[in-house]
Write a protein that binds this ligand. Structure first.
Ligand code: UDX
Ligand code: UDX
Length: 434
């Protein structure tokens, strides 16, 4: 197939590269000239495991990068819109980039095309894109608009694209839906073909449900702290019920990233735009915000007074295996500490270049141990595997105080006690304090 993907961000780039790896001819378009120049040299602007090899394997054979939308549209039959849909000031979904992309495509139609919304767009956006194209294109060319939402998780986006649990395709024209389904046929995965609005709703409802699971288990964890139960044991006991399952029940600092916070707030706003007031989802967001405060209370308790203290922060990205700092807990937690006179030394295996763009007056360290040197407490904000493998005997000699505040429950309280560390988890029962 001849495919264009507009927007080479976390979603567009992975989508385009993987489509090329499936044998399609793919042109990735972006307005960001610098990004396109880097991609042409095989330099990947984001950290995504497995992506670099795919670009190297397909670049200049069937994978091309350009800022020239017209040329890309002229030479493609399928045009995916994967530009970002950031949150507006009161949580509404900013669709201006999608509208711009649709206008640009409309002005360059040179035959029948299928335009596919890959970006997460409000329910009804498929009809809006259809109207934009009708208004901005010369009447003689026909086209169809399809919704094909992405379910990629950062850090595993390549695997998620090649091994999706389902592909969702929404369209008014069944034949257009089936043509898009052809692209995914080589994956041999379940394909749900439905109407535009249902496909758009599937995306929002899926993300909102996952976010709800996280806020639910975080509330249970907060009660565990009060009663002295261990949330990891509670989840273990819950998970054998197939109706509950064990995934997405990791209590901790809560969700961040460019999707959950934005998509849950976006869905609330979409409700309001259609005279429907969600009651559950605003609570999901509030509980999530409060998790950062819960954690800071623990840090306070662990340190006693904050002034003049030093802490090591392990992990800055919103989750492991990504360099994405969008809505990461570190972005709100660290300024709270530095504002109270705490000296903060940070380490993240991958995200520090991104973090340096906006996390100021912290000391960036080359290793987790360097950050821990002289620290009154070690704070775990992101569950990178390397923190799980830490040599605690070595660590004990480096810290000023053997205290760990574990925002992602990566350690076992019993083992920490045996190693002589005071341990504060999120819902791990009464803290062990030496
Ligand atoms: C994606 C999805 O598009 C979004 O709907 C989902 O909710 C989050 O993930 P993402 O890929 O993370 O967004 O966006 P980003 O990483 O910001 O990349 C967007 C890219 O589109 C940027 O490279 C930007 O330069 C480009 N862009 C934006 C265009 O090419 N044209 C535009 O008009 C606007
Ligand atoms: C999510 C959805 O999983 C994906 O399907 C959608 O396309 C985009 O949004 P992503 O945001 O990349 O993907 O990461 P994910 O692994 O889902 O984690 C989201 C957030 O929830 C992270 O901040 C993570 O730390 C948090 N999380 C996840 C928990 O706090 N507990 C969990 O059990 C799982």
């Amino acid at each position: 197939m001849r495919i264009t993907v507009v927007g080479t961000g976390y979603v567009g780039l992975v989508t385009g590269c993987c489509f090329a790896d499936l044998g399609n001819v793919v042109t990735c378009v972006d307005v960001n000239r610098k990004k396109i120049q880097e991609l042409r040299k095989g330099v990947i602007p984001i950290y995504e495991p497995g992506l670099e090899e795919i670009v190297k394997r397909n670049r200049n054979k069937r994978l091309f990068f350009t800022t020239d939308l017209a040329k890309a549209v002229h030479s493609s039959d399928f045009i995916f819109i994967a530009v970002n849909t950031p949150p507006g000031k009161n949580g509404e979904v900013d669709i201006t980039h999608v509208q711009e992309a649709a206008k640009g495509i409309a002005r360059n139609l040179n035959g029948y095309k299928i335009i596919i919304n890959k970006s997460t767009v409000p329910i009804g956006m498929g009809d809006i894109v259809t109207q934009i194209i009708q208004k901005n294109s010369s009447k003689k060319f026909s086209f169809d608009v399809v919704s094909n939402p992405e379910f990629l998780r950062e850090g595993s986006a390549v695997t998620d694209l090649f091994k999706p649990e389902r592909i969702v395709i929404g369209a008014t024209s069944r034949s257009a839906a089936h043509k898009v389904a052809e692209i995914y046929k080589p994956l041999y995965r379940p394909i749900v073909i439905t109407d535009l609005k249902s496909a758009e709703m599937i995306k929002y409802a899926s993300n909102a449900f996952l976010a709800t699971k996280i806020s639910f288990i975080n509330e249970i964890a907060n009660l565990c702290d009060q009663v002295g139960a261990d949330i990891t044991q509670v989840v273990k006991g819950m998970s054998y019920d197939s109706r509950i399952g064990g995934q997405f029940l990791n209590a901790g600092l809560g969700f961040g990233g460019s999707c959950f916070p934005k998509d849950v707030a976006g869905l609330v706003q979409i409700g309001r735009d259609h005279q429907f007031e969600f009651r559950l989802l605003p609570q999901v967001l509030e509980i999530n915000r409060d998790q950062r405060k819960q954690f800071l209370k623990k840090v306070h308790r662990a340190l006693g007074s904050l002034k003049g203290k030093t802490v090591a922060v392990w992990g800055l990205s919103f989750k492991p295996n990504t360099d994405d700092m969008r809505e990461a807990p570190s972005v709100t937690i660290i300024p709270e500490l530095t504002a109270k006179g705490v000296k903060v030394k940070v380490y993240d295996p991958v995200a520090m270049p991104q973090a340096k763009l906006f996390l100021k007056n912290v000391k960036y360290c080359k290793t987790a141990y360097e950050a821990a040197q002289g620290a009154d407490a070690v704070l775990v904000l992101t569950e990178w595997n390397e923190f799980i493998q830490i040599d605690f005997q070595k660590l004990k000699k480096m810290v000023r105080k053997a205290v760990v505040v574990d925002g992602r429950n990566i350690y076992d309280p019993q083992q920490m006690a045996e190693k002589g560390f005071s341990y504060y988890g999120m819902g791990r029962g009464k803290p062990f304090i030496f």
